[in-house]
Design a protein around this ligand. Sequence first.
Ligand SMILES: [Mn+2]
Length: 341
Amino acid sequence: MIPEKLDIPILITDNVNTRWLHRLPMAQGAILLSENKRIFFSWGRFTPENLPNGLEARAIQRDELGAAVAAELDALNEPEITVENTAPYDLVRQIEKAGISGIRVKAGTVQKWREIKDEWEIEQLKKASQITDHAFSKILGVLKPGITELEVAAELEHYMRLEGSEEFNKTIVASGPNSSKPHHWPTDRKLEAGDFVTMDYGCTYNGYHSDLTRTVVIGHASDKQRRIYETVYEAQKAARERLTAGLISKEADAMARNIIDGTEFKGTFLHNLGHGIGLDIHEGTGLVEGSDAVLEAGMVVSIEPGIYIKDYGGVRIEDIAVVRRDGCMVLENSDRALIEI
Ligand SMILES: [Mn+2]
């Protein structure tokens, strides 16, 4: 949320942060927010109309931005401005040359505002999650011995593209022993009977990311595979059922970690329970071992415990959820029970 009070105007140049405000996939420009005026300086092929968030559009040439910002600050009687730490150096110099000397550089200001999602944003996250769920139900008809990890990844992305996805997360398809690596990059390895196959993927809708992970077994699951799966399932379920505003990040992580560490698979959950998600795949507050951050209503996080056993295989189950005052709303609905194909 944009804060009601803004002591010093801020110039937003980061592409993700500007998109958060103007919501247009193809627009280029920078946004000046001040107490009473919100200007989208745009360049490129078109002048946007009917912008959200009270933005008014002003078409300029890209190289005029520094002078345009300085002129606007003069008109507003504002001697100072905040720029993002990623602002281009030559732009900062241009603003300075145009007579503005009070330039402060700050990191993460808009990223902080983006943490609490509004209803429109949650709708986009929901839509992205639905597309991701559809791709999962379709991929179940494709998985079989002989198909490669890369073919599975390509099919997932193909389905999501057909439903309107703009972009994809880095699609992970990890089969057999490869599933013991949380960040395995898909290869031409062919699926075999007895493999765990972990698919971790997602798409964007209006820029907002989904993120889903499911692990299936090709053929019949062994007893050990069932025990691993069941443990991850219970850990994820506990976190889904207990995640709520007011929890400390590390407490949320522990809800799942303690379940895994209470079994023969102690110490095999090799990463944090979850990350914030929105316009960036990883953003904001997550569910992190050792983190004292407080979870607030409107934050969106992934819940993704896993077990990874070297040279054997692994399981991860992931959904994303909106933190609520009294619990959480899980946005993905794909079957979480063990599927044998
Ligand atoms: Mn994730």
